[in-house]
Design a protein around this ligand. Structure first.
Ligand code: HEM
Length: 349
């Protein structure tokens, strides 16, 4: 019976060529092989987000008069609703942490170099999408913290020269953060971003499949992808699931008070940890540098840093051609240390 089904499928979909590919796919074994698991963990956490997000959607009702109430209903009335919300929030944070870890490990291994430039570029866009998921999702419970953090966050858009005012209105759906902002963020969070991220992850994985893993040429040994690497990947996913569940149960995500535009912002309002370094930099910029507002310099600095990271595979070859490779490490580790220091500073201040 099994052979009959397999041959029926094979006739139509060339299953044997897929099995042949799976049988021959290998993963290089060397001192950095452990880093190859970081991408898989990102993928797993993304799947957790999709699954828990769909479950939350069954009860979430978007609107300034219903968002907060529906989240309170989820956490207090729906069976295991509190757990799904807590898992969704913890996994979101872990996802961004692991995407950053995956990215930095690629940098350390220099895996972004030719021919993998576009794997790096698609990865950078994925990081942007994951941060947009975080920013848009933060507002959805319509609580006090989210409301004021979104107000501060979107204010930055308004600082941009020329199109700033127009962009601010586009993002907020008006002059202020209101129910219209909530609807926009909801559409972004549950439709546009998931569709874009799914397509981009597909392209990213396709590139990785077509080119194989980096360092294959100089590795002394290779392990079969099926089942050796996949089983190790799955074991790690199980560990990740356990960690998320322990965090979600012992540190359930708070809901806080409902947003109230008429109230003043509570003291110490801060964005999520992955936006803290940018936030702190903007906070400590002098009011004006060479007649230009400090905040604008700050925004320009992020833009330039983001552009430099995106185009790393292309300017890296120029640095190498001049024999200045060690500058790459100085730049990479320096950027990591500066970001970490600004994040800690932002958290403490
Ligand atoms: C949701 C986000 C992401 C997912 C799900 C994801 C997934 C993966 C997977 C499964 C692999 C193969 C295994 C591995 O090398 O770890 C991979 C490889 C790769 N990823 Fe990502 N990735 C993401 C984000 C990123 C980011 C932010 C970057 C860099 C900016 C990046 C750059 C790369 C590169 C260059 C490779 C090839 C590595 C090699 O051949 O050694 N990825 N990714």
């Amino acid at each position: 019976m099994k052979d009959l089904v397999l041959s029926w499928l094979d006739e139509r979909y060339k299953l044997s060529s897929f099995l042949e590919w799976a049988r021959h796919k290998t993963v290089p074994v060397h001192r950095w092989t452990i880093f190859y698991y970081t991408g898989g963990v990102c993928l797993f956490l993304f799947l957790v987000q999709i699954a828990t997000g769909i479950l939350l959607l069954m009860y979430y009702r978007v609107g300034a008069e219903s968002s907060y109430e529906s989240v309170r209903f989820i956490t207090s009335q729906v069976e295991f609703g509190w757990l799904m919300r807590s898992v969704h929030s913890w996994a979101a944070n872990l996802l961004i942490f692991f995407v950053l870890a995956h990215m930095f490990s690629i940098f350390v291994m220099r895996s972004y170099r030719s021919p993998r430039e576009l794997s790096w570029v698609t990865g950078c866009f994925l990081l942007g999408l994951m941060m947009a998921f975080g920013f848009s999702g933060y507002l959805l419970p319509w609580n006090e913290l989210a409301y004021f953090a979104t107000k501060v966050g979107t204010d930055i858009v308004g600082q941009l020269p020329v199109a700033g005012g127009w962009l601010l209105k586009l993002v907020r759906g008006g002059e202020e953060v209101t129910g219209a902002t909530l609807s926009r963020f909801f559409g972004l969070h549950v439709a546009i971003l998931p569709a874009a991220a799914t397509c981009l992850i597909g392209v990213h994985l396709l590139f990785v499949q077509v080119q194989g893993m980096s360092h294959g040429e100089d590795a002394k040994a290779h392990m079969p992808f099926f089942p050796n690497f996949v089983l190790r990947d799955l074991a790690l996913w199980l560990v990740a699931l356990n960690v998320i569940c322990v965090l979600a149960v012992f540190f359930p995500w708070e809901l806080g008070l409902k947003a109230d535009a008429l109230k003043s912002a509570p003291a110490g309002i801060k964005p999520e940890w992955y936006f803290l370094s940018q936030y702190q930099l903007l906070k400590v910029m002098p009011a004006r540098i060479l007649l230009v507002p400090g905040e604008l310099w700050g925004i320009f600095l992020f833009g330039a840093a983001g552009g430099a990271v995106l185009l790393l595979p292309f300017w890296d070859s120029l640095i190498r051609a001049r024999g200045k490779e060690r500058w790459l490490d100085v730049l990479g580790w320096g950027a990591l240390a500066a970001t970490a220091a600004l994040t800690v500073w932002g958290h403490l201040s």
